[in-house]
Design a protein around this ligand. Structure first.
Ligand code: GLU
Length: 482
């Protein structure tokens, strides 16, 4: 179909093609995001292909983790995922078409022969590469029934040029590309063949992926171009090879730099999906100096010309900052649900929702929110941090005892009324408010940091507040300090 090969009239189709490794890598998530945004921006389709040909690593659990991670980030795909392992027959079919048309050939070299060849190349300090020994031989020279692989007949002269949407023009001499294997002796396809066939069959127009695949593009193009001469309708895709993410020390991001899986950012770092979405977007793509960009704005603004050529550095502080921003923006009931799931069965979503406006003002993560909310559900006697315990010295307990008496007869349990009572008591004692507020905080929350103390009193309610204060006034049931 002629119109199919006209890249200007083709609808944009992108794909994310992860190989399951047990989690969705932060770099993979960014690749997925860029593909998704590019498709959404251009009104195209975003597809997902699971490259599960390595059966040992591609367990159902590893696949589920990737799909879960994408789903959590809010990246939806326009078709059900394609599983590469289901398509081996079609891959083999293309290998045979290439073979029949003379763009590929059978290689009968045995593993021992290839090992000898490599040993010789090593000894002569030559590049280790298949020496094309079967390229021009006739298969009648092979022993009857001998196993063979199918190799691509890569042009030995000339060069291939790619107009990469990120890297610019890149040229590689064909002589640098070996006649690599397309189909193994057992008839199974290699990764290189599978990717090309799948991209074609899925109608992929734009291949956006890590720049660790740039060399592969030059190995994949000869298949595409050969198939285009054989049957037409195999246009070159547009390539966009995005620089990899580096850690703060400038080395390629790895486990050494901390968490590399998206789920760890969700579960251990307490990051909201919209914060990670925004952060990953800014990691290697920019629009002026805008830091906070919502999903809707990203769809409107994203294009490949904003992708940087240099590697981006992962900066957890920036992610935490954005996370704090999105926590403050987030709906309180939604945050309460997320925090409740973290706290466990004793959490009360309604109370958390009520507390959220004061809890979320400073929190940079869901973990901090949950920690900050823990006092609401603490059971008496409260566990005290060391600092909190120190605050509750004899003097402080005396003061709390006096305050408790006033609070017991306080009917108006509102922030304003509680503040007025506490202030007047502080004045009566000729003390700053802090001298009362700090021991109150210790008694009410078991810590030295919490939302405003009157917020705490209101959230806990009169009965619980007084039980907690009184437990400190007479920790063993008797007025020890009198
Ligand atoms: N499956 C490859 C990977 O996870 C990506 C292949 C591609 O994007 O062409 O690195």
């Amino acid at each position: 179909m002629a119109s199919d090969s006209d890249s200007k009239t083709r609808q944009v189709v992108t794909r994310f093609a992860p190989s399951p490794t047990g989690y969705l890598h932060i770099g993979g998530a960014r690749t997925a995001l860029f593909n998704w945004l590019y498709a959404r921006h251009h009104g195209g389709r975003a597809l997902l292909r699971i490259e599960d040909t390595d059966r040992k690593r591609s367990t159902p659990d590893a696949i589920e983790k990737i799909i879960d991670g994408l789903d959590w980030l809010g990246l939806d795909f326009d078709e059900a995922p394609v599983f590469q392992s289901d398509r081996a027959e079609r891959h083999a079919e293309v290998a045979h078409k290439l073979l029949e048309a003379g763009h590929a050939y059978k290689c009968f070299a045995t593993p021992e022969e290839l090992e000898d060849m490599r040993a010789e190349q090593r000894a002569n300090k030559q590049p280790m590469r298949y020496d094309r020994r079967w390229r021009d031989r006739d298969e009648s020279e092979a022993p009857d029934g001998a196993p063979f692989v199918i190799r691509l007949k890569v042009p030995t002269e000339g060069a291939a040029t790619i107009q990469d949407a990120v890297q610019g023009e890149v040229t590689v001499n064909n002589a640098e590309i070996d006649d690599y294997v397309l189909l193994r002796a057992d008839g199974t396809p290699t990764y290189m063949l599978a990717v090309v066939v799948d991209d074609h069959d899925m109608g992929v127009t734009h291949i956006i992926r890590g720049d660790d695949h740039l060399n592969n593009a030059f190995r994949q193009l000869p298949i595409i171009r050969a198939m285009d001469t054989i049957e037409g309708g195999w246009p070159d895709p547009v390539y966009a090879h995005v620089p990899l993410i580096h850690g703060s020390d400038g080395a390629k991001m790895s486990k050494r730099h901390g968490a590399v899986g998206v789920e760890a950012y969700r579960d251990e770092e307490g990051v909201l999906p919209e914060a990670l979405f925004n952060y990953l977007l800014r990691l290697g793509w920019g629009h002026g100096d805008r830091e906070e960009i919502t999903k809707a704005e990203a769809i409107e603004l994203f294009d490949l010309d904003g992708v940087g050529k240099g590697p981006a550095r992962f900066d957890i502080k920036k992610l935490q900052h954005l996370n704090g921003h999105y926590i403050r923006e987030a709906d309180d009931a939604r945050l309460a649900e997320i925090v409740a799931a973290r706290i466990g069965p004793k959490a009360d979503v309604a109370l958390l929702t009520e507390a959220m406006p004061v809890l979320k003002t400073r929190a940079k993560s869901i973990v901090e929110l949950a920690d900050g909310a823990a006092f609401l559900f603490a059971s008496r006697p409260l566990e005290m941090t060391e600092k909190a315990a120190k605050l509750l010295d004899d003097d402080a307990r005396h003061r709390l005892a006096g305050l408790s008496k006033m609070l017991h007869v306080q009917n108006d349990w509102t922030i304003e009324a509680l503040e007025a009572t506490t202030k007047s008591y502080a004045e009566q004692l000729e003390l700053g408010l802090g001298k009362l507020a700090q021991p109150m905080r210790a008694a009410l929350t078991g810590t030295t940091t919490s939302p405003g103390i009157f917020d705490v009193l209101v959230l806990l309610g009169k009965e619980e507040s007084l039980l907690r204060i009184d437990a400190q006034v007479s920790p063993t049931g008797t007025e020890k300090n009198e």
